[in-house]
Design a protein around this ligand. Structure first.
Ligand code: DHE
Length: 480
């Protein structure tokens, strides 16, 4: 009891008198996270990035393997809770981020003209993977022939999927939720350049000629075009509200952009960088393309049907028989009994819908073990792999759907009780890499014929992994 009283007395001495959470922020957080919460050497602290983070626990205990120290020795639990709640509210002033801030953040970190002309390893450079490890904000470059990590680099805070490669697969571009775009050499693991394009970014795309990177932003809403070589900003294109996502449409030599707050789809030719605006019936949160990039297949998260939009005419040509897709690029396309079909999980239910892309009729609804995020396939693999990671009871299970019978034929539990999701195949389709999305997680590698586990690589909450060849050749079994 005496020790407890002494501890409370010392704590009271260490902490300045409580004048409110804004004051605590100024005293304890602003040096690293910026006076306006837009980030400095620490990440931006805005509700957009913090929904999934136990902010009070992080303030109390810090974050292992980062500069973030714990404050439980200086702040009482009540003050920590109040500070965490305050950080999770929108700031009074809307943060501004324009060309001068973008230009000031631009940083060239290595001379690209001195990079080696050949890879310093003998494995297939097109069978490399970039793995995003969200647990401690790192990326790993993985040799997909030998399943051996080649390089591991610290990344910006909260990278969120969507790694994009240069058309030759040599370079990878990454975006963090708090607006940093980075360029890395896959052969040497060198961070080449970075720039902060916004306070909150949705994702990026690279033009098919490799000249431009387009960033789609949530805060401030808009598009930023970067020169892909050194990431210098080229142009800002404002949008009405937030961007849902941007994608390159390589056969069309353009970018396609969907907006979150306005029922519009924009196409931006890489030759002019001038948007052509298509008015829609509904906003699109999630979408992907048919293999020719002629049609956009999309849905709003609060919608009642999906939509098929023809990019040439700008018209909706069909409705899809489901209320929503669970994520951007959630589905795949393939040929079934001679017909081109698409398949995607549903937003809320454990169901995969298979829809014919010739007359847009539903061929089958395949029940799965629960709601999930992604369905993935590969040209050389006879099954498509779907996760149930958003379900209460089967978040640890993947199911394999036979692409001939459209039946679930196998279930895999890489790590019972732990969330499993996001599958990506090697270049030849002989191996499937599955994320166990826990802080002490793993990439589990399966033989796609025998379904035997062939490797288990420990990783810190691996989220997405991206095979160079499958991405740059626009495999219909994955997103691009
Ligand atoms: Fe993602 C990519 C948005 C939740 C894992 N996710 C993306 C991209 C966007 C996006 C814009 C980039 C697409 C691209 O460039 O191809 N994600 C969203 C959301 O709006 C949503 C629903 C809510 C949010 O948190 O913002 C969301 N995403 C999740 C998750 O909960 C997932 C499963 C795990 C997590 O984030 O902790 C998750 N997102 C992923 C992955 C990719 C991704 C693995 C890359 C997919 C790919 O194969 O290309």
């Amino acid at each position: 009891m005496r020790n407890l009283s002494l501890a409370l007395f010392l704590t009271a001495l260490a902490a300045p008198a409580f004048a409110g959470p804004a004051d605590d922020y100024r005293t304890f957080c602003a040096d690293c996270h910026g006076p306006n919460r837009l980030g400095a050497q620490g990440p931006a602290l805005l509700p957009e990035f913090l929904a999934r983070i136990p902010v009070d626990k992080v303030i109390a205990a810090g974050r292992p393997a980062t500069q973030m120290a714990g404050f439980s020795d200086r702040l009482t639990p009540d003050r920590i809770t109040t500070l965490a709640q305050w950080i999770k509210t929108e700031p009074l002033e809307t943060p501004s981020w324009g060309m001068s801030e973008i230009t000031a953040s631009h940083n060239v970190l290595a001379d690209q003209n001195t990079l080696p002309a050949n890879p310093p390893f003998s494995s297939d450079p097109l069978n490399l993977f970039l793995v995003v490890e969200a647990g401690d904000h790192h990326v790993t470059i993985l040799d997909g022939d030998r399943m051996v990590p080649l390089y591991r680099l610290a990344s910006h805070f909260a990278l969120h999927g969507g790694a994009k490669y240069s058309p030759d697969g040599r370079f990878v571009y990454l975006a963090s939720r708090d607006g940093w775009v980075s360029k890395i050499d896959m052969w040497t693991g060198t961070l080449l350049a970075e720039v902060r394009v916004a306070v909150n970014t949705r994702n990026i795309a690279v033009s098919d000629d490799g000249r431009f990177v387009l960033a789609g932003n949530g805060l401030p809403g808009g598009l930023v075009i970067l020169d892909a070589f050194g990431l210098a900003p080229v142009r800002i294109i404002p949008t009405p509200g937030r961007v849902s996502a941007v994608y390159a449409a390589p056969p069309r030599h353009s970018f396609v952009v969907a907006l979150k707050d306005s029922p519009e789809l924009w196409e931006i030719p890489a030759s002019t960088l001038t948007p052509r605006k298509i008015t829609l019936e509904d906003r699109l949160d999630d979408f992907y393309f048919d293999p020719a990039y002629q049609r956009v297949l999309g849905s709003a998260r609060d919608g009642t049907v999906g939509h098929v939009i023809d990019l040439d005419s700008g018209h909706k040509i069909a409705e899809l028989p489901f209320s929503g897709m669970p994520h951007l690029g959630s589905g795949i396309t393939f040929v079934w009994h001679g017909r081109p079909v698409m398949a995607t999980p549903h937003l809320k239910d454990g169901v995969v819908s298979v829809v014919a892309m010739d007359d847009w009729s539903e061929i089958k609804r395949i029940p799965t073990c629960g709601a999930g995020f992604f369905l993935r396939g590969h040209e050389m693999v006879k099954t498509a792999w779907v996760d149930c990671s958003a379900s209460a009871d089967h978040k640890d299970t993947l199911q394999l759907i036979d692409l001939e019978t459209l039946e679930v034929t196998a279930s895999l539990r890489p790590s019972p009780g732990h969330t499993a999701g996001h599958v990506e195949f090697t270049r030849d389709g002989k191996r499937a890499l599955v994320s166990v999305m826990e802080d002490d997680g793993a990439l589990v590698v399966y033989d796609t014929t025998t379904l035997a586990e062939v490797a288990r690589l420990p990783m810190r909450k691996p989220i997405g992994k991206y095979n160079v060849y499958n991405k740059i050749t626009l495999s219909p079994g994955t997103s691009h």
